[in-house]
Design a protein around this ligand. Sequence first.
Ligand code: PTJ
Length: 260
Amino acid sequence: MEELSPLHPRAESLRIRKKLVEGFKRGLVVEEGLAAHGRGEAFDYLLGEKTTREARRAIRAAAAAMLLAKNPVISVNGNAAALVPNEVVDLSKVTGAKIEVNLFHPSEKREAAIARWLRQHGADEVYGLEPKFSQKIEEIHSNRRKVDQRGIAAADVVLVPLEDGDRTEALRRLGKQVIAVDLNPISRTARAANITIVDNIVRAFPLLVSNARDLSGKKEARLLAIIRSFDNNANISATLKLMFKRLERLSRDIAKTFYG
Ligand code: PTJ
C-alpha cells in the first residue's frame, strides 16, 4: 500500500486498519476480527474518534483497580495483539498483570503465533497455551470458556479488550472484577463490566499504561477512593448522550447543506 499522507482526513483510521490487516497476514487476526473492527469504527465515528472525558475517568479507575488487584490478568485476542502489543506488555509490567491468550475463534496455531508475537514485544510469560493448565468455565458458551488455571481462572481482576458475548457475565458471577474496552457502549460486555472504557483500544491502552505508571506506588486508600468515586452506569449513560448529541449535530449540518 502507498505511504499515507498524515494530511489525509482519515489518516489515523487508515493506519489502524493497516495494522490490523498486517496482523491478519501474520496469522494473529481472524477474518471476523476485520469485520469486528468495522463495527468498532462506526461507534468511534460517533465519538469523534477522540478519547472522551468519560473514557479518561474509566481508564483512571481501571488503572487503580489493576494496581490494587492481587492477581490481575490481561486477556488478549487477535485484534488486541495486532493493535497494541507493546502496550499490553508495558501494562503487564507496570501493574504486575499476567498476559493470557484467550480466543473466541479457536486455533492452536493462532494462539502460538500471538504468544510468539507478544514475546517478541517483550512479554516474559504468556498464559493460556499449555493444555496441562487448561480449565473450562462451563457457563461460557464459546471457546472463551478455555482458561488457564494460573491466569484467568485464578484472577480477581480481568481486563477484556474488544469482545462481545457472555464471558463478562460469567466472570462476574464467579466473583471477578471485569474491565472492558469496547467502543460499543451498549454491548453485553460493556453493560456487564465493572469498569467500561468506551474508547478505541489504540488510544485507551497507552493511557492505561501512563495512568498505571502515575498511580503505581500511591497509597491503597488513594486507589480505593478513585474506584469508589467511579460510577460505571452513569459513565456509560453520559457517553451515550455524547454520541446522540454528535449524531444530532451531524444531521442538522447535513440538513442545512442539502435543504438550506
Ligand atoms: O481473536 P478472537 O478469535 O478472540 O476474535 C476476536 C473478535 C474481535 C473477532 C471477537 O471477539 C468478536 O467477534 O468480537 P465482536 O463480537 O465483534 O465484538 C467486538 C467488540 O469490540 C464490538 O463491540 C466492537 O464495537 C468493539 N471494537 C471493535 N474494534 C475496536 C472495538 N473496541 C475498541 N477498540 C477497537 N479498535
